[in-house]
Design a protein around this ligand. Sequence first.
Ligand SMILES: [Zn+2]
Length: 148
Amino acid sequence: MTRVGPSDGTRQRSEMMRRVRNKDTTPELYVRRLLHARGFRFRLHRRDLPGSPDIVLPAARTAIFVHGCFWHGHDCPRGRPPASNQAFWTPKLEANRRRDRAAVAALTAQGWQVEVLWQCTLKQSTEELVSRLETSRAPQRTAIEETR
Ligand SMILES: [Zn+2]
């Protein structure tokens, strides 16, 4: 690991990295809780699938990635590479982005629906995704409700 200066920004970044390294990051837990509350069944970190998607819904053939904006180079203020130490960060973050694109392409080729949820818009995008998933499984539920 390259050592960087002890500025405040660096400390924040170290904190971010520490959190990102943990598999069960808070944004991911948020998505899992919401899916669970709405009755969806899912599996976690399927290593047999390209990119080891964070959450996999087998019934909907949907793979979900919960991406931190910094690590995955989101096009938003949080996704900007740091101004210092660019020689270190730029190739690293570029490689992450490349890996992400390759995983999405491979999953799509295998017939998976791929959803990327970004940290900066997590709540809204998760709500939208869950609504979409509910709509696509709606016929079954409607049929049950109609017989009541
Ligand atoms: Zn973002």
